[in-house]
Write a protein that binds this ligand. Structure first.
Ligand code: AHN
Ligand code: ZN
Length: 326
């Protein structure tokens, strides 16, 4: 009798354990994605440009680096300023600073968002030879992408998404060999800051579920094609981001076609940190002979070539991806 009671009791326990609560269909619950403010991003772009060209070893660079770190801190991020000295080909030391802003550092599932914040020390594509040794504003090539990340950081400060987010502003991206002959080897390589960070992350063994790099995301009528290295290293992230953009009605900007392959900061993140990281980059061989806009690495890369409509498209797409990540 006792045994039978025990059997019934355990059977009903078993039945209870098996009875699933009604499943909440999480996928069907729309996530409330905050609105990315493109005017705010435009202002963060202008603010960086106002410092003057952000070239390592200059006062403007130092002041802007402090400004960016302060901004991230004011939005509630935990900020690491990773400073080091790197060397150009002629052995000149350059003082660089990668700036990392971490939200919810305790979260295991992390998204990494990155951009470079330095501006190119020369204008090797300038039509007028006399201008070529002068540094550029880098409003689009530098400031705009960093500004999109600042605005995203501001939004995250107001409402945390489910995932942890690390915003990484790389320094010394734009020291690559110029196309004209230099008086000396006063240049380095592209992506010096990200290569350093990828080999020496701010947190030992730093990992993220995936990464998204922004490069030149502010120009009017920009077109973002699928980058070759992004497709090699992280095709699923390209798909996720391009689908997000399309679902928001941004298919004029995010084109579902292969573009060229750019060894940008994401290349080093993939290669040395093994984090699947894509690049959203304005590179369009249909419109420009060498893929880059005709004002690229000239003094026309200024605020006239930054457009709130493009900043909105990129910023809102990222917001969608970030807030939908579980
Ligand atoms: C290369 O041309 C290998 N990288 C270009 C990366 C770049 C320069 N992005 C902006 N400026
Ligand atoms: Zn550049």
């Amino acid at each position: 009798m006792a045994n039978r009671l025990l059997l019934i009791a355990s059977l009903s326990l078993f039945a209870c354990a098996c009875k699933q609560p009604p499943r909440v269909q999480e996928n069907l619950v729309p996530v409330d994605v905050p609105q990315f403010n493109a005017d705010s991003a435009f202002n963060y772009t202008a603010r960086q440009v106002e410092f003057g060209p952000r070239v390592p070893n200059t006062a403007a660079h130092k002041a802007c680096g402090a400004y960016l770190a302060d901004c991230l801190r004011s939005f509630g991020a935990e900020v690491t300023e990773q400073e080091t000295t790197l060397r150009l080909k002629d052995n000149t030391p350059i003082e660089i600073k990668n700036i990392i802003g971490s939200f919810q550092p305790e979260k295991r599932i992390r998204i990494m968002l990155c951009a470079h914040w330095d501006s190119r020390p020369f204008a090797d594509n300038a039509p007028n030879e006399a201008d070529r040794l002068k540094p550029i504003d880098g409003a689009n090539d530098g400031a705009g992408a960093a500004a999109v990340l600042l605005e995203i950081a501001r939004q995250i400060g107001q409402k945390q998404p489910a995932a942890g987010v690390d915003i990484i502003l790389f320094d010394a991206e734009d020291w690559g060999e110029p196309r004209f002959a230099m008086p000396s080897k006063h240049y380095g390589t592209f992506c010096m800051g990200s290569e350093y960070w990828a080999k020496n992350p701010h947190v030992p063994n730093y990992k993220a579920k995936f990464g998204i790099l922004l490069d030149m995301v502010g120009a009017p009528n920009a077109a973002f094609y699928r980058d070759y290295y992004s497709m090699q290293f992280a095709p699923q992230i390209v798909k996720k981001v391009w689908e997000a953009a399309n679902s928001l009605g941004y298919s004029d900007y995010f084109i579902n076609k292969d573009g060229g392959g750019i060894q940008d900061d994401h290349y080093y993140v993939n290669e040395y940190r093994k984090i699947p990281c894509i690049d959203i980059i304005h590179y369009d061989t249909n419109r420009y002979a060498d893929g880059f806009a005709d004002y690229w690495h000239t003094h026309n890369d200024n605020m006239k070539n930054v457009d709130t409509a493009t900043l909105k498209v990129v910023g809102q797409t990222l917001m969608y991806v970030i807030y939908n990540e579980k």
